[in-house]
Ligand binder design. Structure first.
Ligand code: SF4
Length: 307
């Protein structure tokens, strides 16, 4: 239930420009604007946008407007933009309490967050935010490999990624981590898969969500690629990387491939569905050897989406 889909066209209602695919039917609420980091080399989402925390009164007015329109129908809510935990704990608690009283049937409230912010936030604050009603955090891991994390300027080490994940889980959040397939390019796929599995194994998040790297024209990594210093991973390489990642995982997470950029619809619970998913990738790799139209279709996926 994006608020726009139901016809609300108030000029002053502020929409988050991005949300996870799993929040397609959620009420969208903007608490911050932009990204306080804005340096990841593969990302162009908030480039040119100054990070700011919205005025609390404005946010409460948006909640009131949404409540008047859909109060009883709202089941899930997504809070944007890229790192809502930058807002002060008291402010977030006030917003979350207002959401609970405005939408009596709400079952899930989620937000994007940066691992570094979670790692820095006191555990007591995370617990307060969780108890006020924020249920799930969507966090970009992208890769667990140290060299690649540094190269893409993610701004967090593997140790900080692990610390953030464990802390968020300790506070009671559902933890959803995004992995960027192909971010090691043609050259570093193996270290990407192994390093990522290593970090994921230490966190055991509730959800592992994979997306395939799609070069963004307005991003530093795009320039690196056009200069010839980064070679885009082929479909075979991405499949080999995904297979190795799955083989190395020792987690109890849901593995989801819920993005249009991905080459295969891999969904399952780990470890139960690991063999099935690994087999599916093996079969696709075999088919790619002889089926040029499959390769074309997989390569086309890079043009279907910008994110
Ligand atoms: S990937 Fe996330 S943290 Fe990195 S610049 Fe983009 S929005 Fe900010």
């Amino acid at each position: 239930m994006t608020i726009g889909r139901f016809g609300l066209r108030r000029r002053d209602y502020d929409f988050p420009p991005f949300r996870p695919p799993s929040e397609a039917n959620s009420l969208l609420l903007r608490v911050t604007r932009g990204c306080p980091w804005n340096r990841c080399t593969f990302c162009s989402m908030y480039k040119g946008m100054k990070f700011e925390i919205r005025d609390l009164e404005e946010i409460l007015e948006d909640i009131e407007a949404a409540r008047d329109l859909y109060g009883d129908r709202v089941r899930t809510i997504f809070i944007g933009d890229s790192n809502s935990l930058m807002a002060k704990t008291d402010m977030l608690v006030k917003i979350l309490n207002t959401l609970s009283s405005s939408f009596p049937h709400v079952e899930r409230v989620t937000s994007y967050a940066r691992a570094k912010t979670i790692a820095k936030k006191p555990l007591e604050d995370l617990i307060k935010i969780r108890q006020a009603g924020l249920t799930r955090l969507h966090v970009g891991l992208e890769t667990g490999d140290r060299e690649l994390l540094k190269g893409i300027e993610k701004g967090a080490t593997p140790e900080e990624m692990v610390e953030a994940g464990r802390k968020a889980k300790e506070a009671g959040f559902e933890y959803s981590l995004y992995v960027l397939l192909g971010i090691g390019g043609e050259e570093k796929w193996e270290q990407h898969a192994r390093g990522t599995a290593e970090v994921l194994n230490q966190i055991d998040p509730h959800f592992i969500r994979v997306r395939t790297f799609v070069p963004q024209p307005n991003s530093p990594l795009y320039e690196t690629m056009t200069d010839g210093r980064f070679q885009l991973a082929s479909p075979e390489t991405i499949l080999k990387e995904t297979k190795l990642l799955l083989e190395e995982l020792q987690v109890t997470s849901q593995f989801l491939s819920d993005h249009i950029s991905n080459l295969l619809p891999l969904h399952g619970k780990l470890p139960e569905d690991k063999d099935r998913m690994v087999r599916m990738i093996g079969e696709a790799l075999e088919e790619l050897k002889e089926n040029d139209s499959l390769r074309e279709e997989m390569e086309m996926r890079r043009h279907l989406t910008n994110l």
